[in-house]
Design a protein around this ligand. Structure first.
Ligand code: SF4
Ligand code: MG
Length: 336
């Protein structure tokens, strides 16, 4: 499989009034062509900052590029000027966000917003862009697209706005679509519809997707591979099957153990892991999960574990995988 994006040892900090918050600390992962990679973790794990860094959308300052590279098409996006990025954003790499209301322009019709990017990146005439807009709205399942295209965002329901966002994001056939919690604000039925839509569109267009989520249900639904983030680091990566059936990091066990069961309220997820994430103004020297890990050993506190390669696709950073560590079975709660 061909890699389309490679993030290498990326570190991003934020200067705050009295500290430097190390939001992303040496993150490495890649995205293959035509695949969906889920980046999963709690809020504050660094997943949104990672996503925004790919788009070079982190305001600097207060953001600060500490090091690493983001290779797309053989070029390092961290070295691009704002002007160069403008030719990549929306054209080669697009992004959709949790709340379409914050990224849609309330004063412009949906049609104009789709057309804007087509006119800018593809030199389309107004008329052709309008026509393509109608096609795109149809593609994302908006009924009466030739009427809807002339309406404003507030005339759309939440689910339709998210569909319109997807239409805008896909307008120029980007190679990569980054979706940051795109369904979190939607109710469960609409959420499932949007995920189905994204899966269908991926099959039709071949766009590779990075799906940022805290919800393992979303991961199971749409992803091929998963990167689990914690405390500004990727602690485990693997295929969906590896992560669900052979997870090897205690934080992944915790995530799986706290997946809502069928009779559980959706909002309860991720609350089963006691404790809170590390303070990234003063991050732990060793494993980021040490304060919450039921298996923590002496070595975990001061030394960051290296990645252990478990297969061609799975690697995990945990001292339990060191041959000198006590043997620990994957807890039953983690097995789905
Ligand atoms: Fe737990 Fe240690 Fe593994 Fe970190 S390295 S997850 S603290 S056992
Ligand atoms: Mg976020």
């Amino acid at each position: 499989m061909k890699k389309i994006l490679e993030v290498n040892d990326l570190s991003i900090s934020f200067d705050t009034y009295n500290a430097e918050v190390k939001a992303v600390r040496g993150v490495t992962f890649h995205l293959n062509e035509k695949e969906t990679l889920a980046i999963v973790g709690e809020s504050g794990s660094g997943k949104s900052v990672t996503a925004q860094s790919i788009m070079q959308l982190i305001p600097m300052p207060p953001g600060k590029f500490v090091g690493g590279s983001i290779i797309f098409n053989g070029e390092d996006l961290t070295q691009k000027s704002e002007k160069q990025m403008e030719n990549i954003r929306g054209k080669e790499i697009s992004m959709i966000f949790q709340d379409p209301m914050t990224s849609l322009n309330p004063t412009m019709t949906i049609g104009k917003q789709i057309a804007e990017s087509l006119i800018k990146h593809q030199n389309m005439s107004k008329k052709a862009a309008h026509q393509r807009g109608v096609e795109l709205l149809k593609l994302v399942g908006i009924p009466n697209p030739d009427v809807r295209i002339n309406q404003y965002p507030h005339q759309y329901s939440g689910g339709m706005r998210q569909r319109a966002m997807i239409a805008i994001a896909l307008a120029c056939n980007p190679k990569i679509l980054i979706a940051d919690e795109p369904t979190t604000a939607l109710d469960v039925t609409i959420q499932a519809q949007i995920l189905d839509l994204m899966r269908d569109l991926q099959q039709k267009t071949g766009t590779a997707i990075i799906m940022i989520t805290h919800d393992l249900g979303v991961v199971a639904n749409i992803a091929h591979r998963v990167a689990v983030m914690y405390g500004g680091k990727v602690v485990e990566t693997g295929t969906v099957d590896e992560i669900f059936y052979n997870p090897r990091h205690p934080y992944t066990w915790g995530l799986l153990g706290s997946m809502p069961k069928l009779d559980q309220n959706k909002d309860e997820e991720l609350q089963a892991i006691p404790g809170s994430p590390p303070d990234l103004a003063n991050p732990p020297k060793g494993c980021p999960f040490v304060a919450r890990c039921p298996y923590a050993m002496k070595v975990c506190k001061d030394h960051m574990p290296e990645y252990t390669k478990l297969s061609d696709t799975q690697k995990t950073a945990c001292w339990l995988l060191d041959e000198r560590a006590p043997k620990v079975d994957i807890p039953e709660t983690a097995v789905v």
